[in-house]
Design a protein around this ligand. Structure first.
Ligand SMILES: Cc1ncc(COP(=O)(O)O)c(C=O)c1O
Length: 386
């Protein structure tokens, strides 16, 4: 006998966790699988949380988060130019994921269609399905940097389409959507009355000349965009579980009601740490520079591996490379790479059909580990070629 409901029974373990389970117990594994900074949270941010503890900030906070934290988001975060009202248009959540799940709980009715890029980070699909929505994947092409093409998006819109999810810089591809494309996507959203969810959790990790404009900044978009962000990647704060959502007051109000009933609030000390962090953007610049250096190491080493095909990603901390020249599937490639060379990468097909034939490599490990890991990948590719 089982007490588990249908929806939860259908939740599957994602491919990333599957790879980690395979790696557990193996020795001298180098992981390029994990989507989180290996760096620890800056000490000054930790000190702000310690101070909050010493001051007795150990209680429930308002459901939408402390007013000071919401104010810090409004005044110092990347949405500062949009003049969000901290009392009505911002909520502090349990990480970006907590924000996304409250949002899906708030806006989805059964049967609502949600446009999601293919390939794309896995969790949107699980959340949308859980709340009865229908995921419609937007196919993309490697030679277009896996960017959603506006005409392809528009052709998939039906009378049931409610939401377009945008994630830039992107997980898994590491690419940033060009401003000209964002502009066209904004026009489509307005033309078809869509809500746009803009997941910007990587938007402090930009390289080369990548643009940083949010789709919410385009004319007519503020009222139909919900911006999701968090301190996880920007400040190496994944374990703190502090995120935020900025958007139309009606949506934030209902999300706050969900938060009240589901998880009360985000943790109090983390919210104090967030106030300090948001007021010190130089801390995320230091983190960005570390990843910029690692990106160079990875791209330089990858360029020396015959048969490995990739373009220069300009955001986040991922490289999404084609391994199609080696005559094995992406899943076989990753499984054998782990077994034979003890390196974890994630098969691209885990992120959608259009990702197949690719692998996601995260440069979230030390420079030394990266160099060694890439040497091992080179040796593995050579063995496949032989
Ligand atoms: C695209 C994307 N959005 C959101 C998140 C959620 O991060 P967090 O809940 O730690 O803020 C992640 C984490 O991997 C991600 O890759």
């Amino acid at each position: 006998m089982s007490f588990i409901n249908e929806r939860t029974r259908n939740l599957k373990q994602g491919a990333i966790r599957v790879m980690f389970d395979r790696a557990a117990g193996l020795e001298q594994v180098i992981s390029m699988g994990i989507g989180e900074p290996d760096l620890v949270t800056p000490k000054s941010v930790c000190d702000a949380a310690k101070e909050a503890l010493d001051l007795g900030k150990t209680h429930y906070t308002p459901n939408a988060g402390y007013v000071e934290t919401r104010r810090a988001v409004a005044e110092y975060s990347s949405v500062k130019n949009l003049n969000y009202d901290p009392m009505k248009e911002i909520i502090i959540t349990n990480g970006g994921m907590g924000g996304l799940s409250l949002l899906m709980a708030t806006v989805l009715n059964p049967g609502d269609e949600v446009l999601i890029q293919d390939p794309q980070w896995l969790n949107y699909v699980a959340q949308v399905n859980y709340y009865g929505g229908v995921c419609v994947r937007v196919p993309t092409k490697a030679d277009e940097c896996f960017e959603m093409q506006p005409d392809v998006v528009e052709a998939l819109i039906t009378e049931k389409t409610k939401i377009l999810i945008i994630n830039t810089p992107n997980n898994p591809t590491g690419y940033v959507i060009r401003e000209s494309t964002l502009e066209k996507l904004a026009e489509i959203a307005i033309r078809h009355n869509l809500l746009v969810v803009s997941d910007e959790v990587y938007n402090t990790l930009l390289y080369d000349d990548a643009g940083s404009r949010s789709i919410a900044e385009f004319p007519g978009m503020r009222e139909r965009t919900v911006v999701v962000n968090s301190l996880s990647k920007a400040y190496a704060m994944t374990g703190w579980r502090i995120g935020y959502v900025a958007g139309p007051a009606e949506i934030i109000d209902r999300m706050t009601k969900c938060q009240e009933n589901f998880n009360s609030c985000a943790n109090a000390q983390g919210q104090y740490a967030a106030i300090y962090a948001l007021k010190h953007p130089e801390l995320c610049e230091e983190i960005r520079k570390v990843f910029e250096r690692r990106r160079e190491i990875m791209l330089h080493k990858l360029a020396q591996i015959p048969g490995m095909v990739f373009k220069r990603p300009n955001g986040a901390f991922y490289v999404f490379a084609s391994i199609q020249n080696y005559g094995v599937s992406d899943t076989e490639f990753c499984n054998r790479l782990l077994d034979e060379q003890r390196v974890v990468c994630i098969p691209g097909s885990a992120f959608g059909e259009c990702g197949s034939g690719h692998i996601r490599m995260a440069y979230t490990t030390s420079d030394e580990n990266l160099a060694t890991g890439l040497d091992r990948i080179a040796a593995f590719c050579e063995s496949l070629d032989a």
